[in-house]
Design a protein around this ligand. Structure first.
Ligand SMILES: *[C@@H]1O[C@H](CO)[C@@H](O)[C@H](O)[C@H]1NC(C)=O
Ligand SMILES: [Cu+2]
Length: 394
């Protein structure tokens, strides 16, 4: 801390003597993740009150009606109970998919899982990775609100906040949590050096204890000795009732998901292309930030890129991914406008030379799109307070 302060004072004095242009560099070195959030929120508020432009046109969203998404542990117990109630509610409503087409889709919640399974190859490692998932999470939040009378917003999991995730308010297994870890069963680690954690078995404690999942697996990363039953259908859409498994572990907490690594990721990637690809590109020894969050929960179907939304905390992890992007878009006042509309990458994950994504490309959510909001162009998803959205992060 003191060392840093001395260093930045030293760098600052060097910059002053050679002109003020290098100031932002010195500032970047010392910005914490909390500082980035603070700056992003201040700028987002300026955009809302019209004193700063992000280049978007907004009609109805303003400071008085903007929704605020909160960190799960920052919600009151009553707010958490209300969120849990709404998730259980959406899991009890009937599916709106064509009957018989997806035998594993039993509930309205499963509709979201099927849509993600269908879209997986076009919305990961592509130009619309951040955009489509922003749209998708918003659709889920909207379904909780319109189909289950939920008055709150979609919570997120601030990755660097809990040094021991297993006892965090999200996974400690108490009645206000998203359920406990999986029961311990002996198992081996997974790809890219994921070590076996303290769970691996069925979740039996807390709000989502003894939950049955039916879709998938399609691309499981769990130890085969756990004998997770295969789906009767090769496409993963068959009915395959089994327990929800987790292996909540702290392996990534001291590696890719530290607050300093997260802050560094935002401050060192100025263009959306490298920002997005470095978020997703795993190295042979260390998953990138996106996979690190998934593998910190791991399990079945949480560790399966196609079926992962079947894990009820998928939405907290991807909510945070959206927040991380929102922070990146907004934290530099002079760059809010250029960062908001950056869009870069292909359209198919298997083919790096696939057609480049265009800002006018329509995004699809099939049966989980809120009424009248299917097929909206990517450029309507650039800002969280323009287009169909009206939310910020606290
Ligand atoms: C889950 O099932 C086990 C075994 O029947 C039981 O002991 C446990 O209380 C159940 N948990 C929940 C949250 O219902
Ligand atoms: Cu996804």
């Amino acid at each position: 801390m003191a060392g840093n302060a001395i260093l930045s004072a030293f760098v600052a004095s060097l910059c002053l003597s050679s002109g003020a242009s290098a100031w932002p560099f010195a500032k970047r070195q010392t910005l914490s993740y909390a500082d980035i959030q603070k700056q992003a929120l201040a700028n987002a508020n300026k955009v809302l009150d019209g004193t700063l432009s992000d280049g978007m046109t907004r009609t109805t969203c303003n400071k008085n009606n903007v929704a605020v998404r909160k960190e799960y542990g920052d919600m009151t117990k009553d707010e958490r109970l209300e969120y849990i109630r709404a998730v259980k509610c959406i899991r009890s409503k009937p599916s709106k998919l064509p009957a018989g087409k997806y035998p594993g889709a039993k509930t309205r919640y499963d509709d979201f899982v099927v849509v993600h399974m269908n879209m997986t190859p076009s919305v990961h490692s592509t130009a619309n990775f951040m955009h489509w998932h922003r749209y998708y999470i918003w659709a889920y939040e909207t379904a909780l609100q319109t189909e289950c009378e939920y008055k709150g917003t979609q919570p997120y999991w601030n990755w660097g906040k809990y040094s021991d995730l297993t006892v965090s308010p999200i996974f400690n297994g108490d009645e206000w949590s998203m359920g406990g870890n999986g029961d311990y069963v002996k198992h081996s680690g997974g790809m890219m050096g994921i070590p076996a954690g303290p769970g691996g078995g069925c979740v039996t404690k807390g709000p989502f204890g003894n939950l049955t999942v039916s879709l998938g697996p399609l691309m499981s990363t769990m130890d085969t000795s756990l004998k997770i039953p295969s789906n009767p259908s090769r496409d993963g859409y068959g009915n395959n009732p089994r327990c929800l498994r987790r292996d909540v572990n702290n392996y990534y907490m001291t590696r890719s998901l530290t607050m300093s690594n997260l802050a560094n990721h935002i401050t060192s990637n100025k263009a959306i292309g490298v920002f997005q690809s470095s978020l997703q590109n795993d190295s042979p020894t260390m998953p990138a930030i996106h996979s690190s969050g998934h593998f910190s929960i791991w399990g079945d179907p949480g560790g399966d890129v196609y079926v992962s939304p079947g894990e009820p905390t998928f939405w907290l992890h991807h909510g945070q991914l959206d927040r991380h992007w929102w922070m990146w878009q907004n934290y530099v006042e002079a760059e809010v406008k250029t960062r908001t509309s950056q869009y870069e990458g292909g359209t198919n994950w298997m083919n790096p030379n696939s057609a480049p994504g265009k800002a006018t490309d329509a995004q699809w959510l099939d049966v989980v799109a809120p009424a009248g909001k299917n097929g909206i162009p990517s450029n309507q998803i650039f800002s969280t307070t323009a287009g169909p959205f009206c939310y910020i992060y606290q």
